[in-house]
Design a protein around this ligand. Structure first.
Ligand SMILES: Cc1ncc(COP(=O)(O)O)c(C=O)c1O
Length: 437
């Protein structure tokens, strides 16, 4: 398919500054560019057309966006912060504020050349963009064997990637050896791989330790040195919800950005889970390349391709929720509110650990390690997870998720502390009925 001149310019810039990153792009990624069309002409007009501005496709009245009282009555916000299209890559002030938050919370990101976060319609959209930019049919996507099922749609069904997995756990720990061995194997047979790291993990609620993070970065570096080009996606959906001293208290993205020219780190994060704003659809995609060339030019080319993909897909993310998230980031009580909710979730996780200590449960399941996030998982003994799920629902009106033929995921994020014991007791009763005990 044809590569248009603006895309060719971006590709030439990547070829000059970071040839390995150009090699990581999918065919679609190579074709993408940001057009000098309505959006960029309007941006120019916004800066200079102080007399009359008849460019963009909104309607105005008395110097502001036209709007209806029936909508405005639900908002205290000014119409200018609600109704106009947000820029394709998101509000600049929100992007700057999110960058500040990332640096505040992730010491390892400081002092590195990074792209500015680009606003997405939350993490799924960011993952979809990454998939469009980097995944060609047949490309390998490496994931832990405990994974969020939606990755199959995003990477396999949409783009034709091929998911390969490594065992997440080695007893109670992150399986460093299996991760390193899998990357070594990929380096021996592939030129490129997508590596997706998701901590805190869905479905298990597991976050590795600082030493694990070092080992992960070492394994990625070793494969890069063998010539494997890696796009490492860091899905930080549950960022910050760490309940144990052992947990790596920041994103692994900071360990991977700037690591090696054959490694492009990509951070996906957002307000969805960490700010408890699931339906707002505010997320971000941030690039961290490496190499001797101008990384600013590399990030600029990747940004143009990304906003080209946004423009051609959803045009732009919703404006009202971007404004609200920005206001929250600037609120003096924002951090205290987050900390309070985190404590509520931490207390629930602690209660789950306590309840799981019951001796009788040992015949029914083994819990997987968990120390963070919204969930925990158990591995059932001798009973099919889907059968148990349906039985729990029909006999006990209790909903859990079967993530695997033997695994059940329990979202303690939506159970009150005092409900937790009953949920596990009910699950145990249901297990006994199915196991014939
Ligand atoms: C690991 C993980 N990533 C991403 C998402 C999606 O987040 P969003 O709602 O922001 O698209 C989820 C939601 O369940 C998730 O568990």
């Amino acid at each position: 398919m044809k590569i248009l001149p603006l895309a060719a310019e971006l590709n030439a810039s990547l070829e000059k500054e970071a040839p390995a990153v150009l090699e990581m792009l999918s065919d679609l990624g190579r074709r993408l560019y940001f057009p000098k069309g309505i959006i960029s002409q309007s941006a120019e007009a916004k800066a200079k057309a102080h007399r009359f501005n008849a460019t963009i496709g909104i309607a105005t009245e008395k110097g502001g966006p036209m709007h209806l009282a029936s909508l405005q009555r639900y908002f205290q916000l000014e119409p200018k912060d609600l109704y106009p299209y947000a820029p394709t890559g998101g509000r600049q002030d929100l992007r700057d504020a999110w960058r500040e938050k990332q640096l505040r919370e992730n010491p390892r990101m400081r002092g590195k050349a990074l792209g500015l976060p680009i606003v997405t319609a939350a993490l799924t959209h960011g993952l979809g963009l990454a998939s469009e930019l980097f995944v060609n049919p047949g490309d390998r996507v490496l994931l832990a064997d405990k994974l969020w099922g939606n990755y199959r749609l995003t990477f396999e069904v949409r783009q034709g990637g091929v998911i390969e997995t490594f065992p997440l756990f080695d007893g109670p720990r992150f399986h460093r050896a299996a991760f390193a061995a899998k990357l070594e194997e990929l380096a021996a047979r592939e030129k490129k791989a997508i590596v997706l790291l998701n901590f805190p993990n869905n479905p298990t609620g597991f976050t590795p330790s600082r030493a694990d993070a070092d080992a992960i970065a070492q394994a990625v570096l070793a494969a890069a040195e063998k010539g494997l080009r890696q796009v490492v996606l860091c899905d930080d959906a549950y960022f910050g919800l760490f309940y144990d001293e052992e947990c790596l208290p920041e994103s692994i993205f900071g360990y991977l950005a700037g690591l090696h020219p054959n490694v492009l780190a990509v951070k996906l994060d957002g307000a969805t889970k960490e700010e408890f704003a699931w339906g707002f659809r505010v997320g971000f995609i941030t690039f961290g390349a490496a190499g001797k060339g101008s990384l600013d030019a590399v990030h600029a080319a990747l940004e143009k391709k990304t906003i080209g993909a946004i423009r051609g897909g959803i045009s732009s993310s919703p404006h009202p929720s971007q404004t609200v998230v920005l206001k929250a980031l600037r609120s003096p009580t924002f951090e205290a509110e987050r900390a309070e909710k985190k404590e509520v979730l931490r207390a629930r996780a602690a209660r789950v650990h306590e309840v799981l200590g019951k001796k009788e449960y040992e015949e029914a399941w083994t819990p997987y390690p968990f120390n963070s996030g919204y969930f925990m998982c158990v591995r059932l003994k001798g009973v099919d997870a889907e059968k148990l799920r349906v039985h729990l629902l029909e006999r006990y009106q209790t909903g859990v998720i079967a993530t695997d033929p033997a695994d059940i995921r329990i979202a303690f994020s939506c159970l009150e502390v005092e409900q937790i014991e009953e949920v596990f007791d009910t699950m145990y009763r249901a297990w006994r009925e199915l196991a014939g005990r």
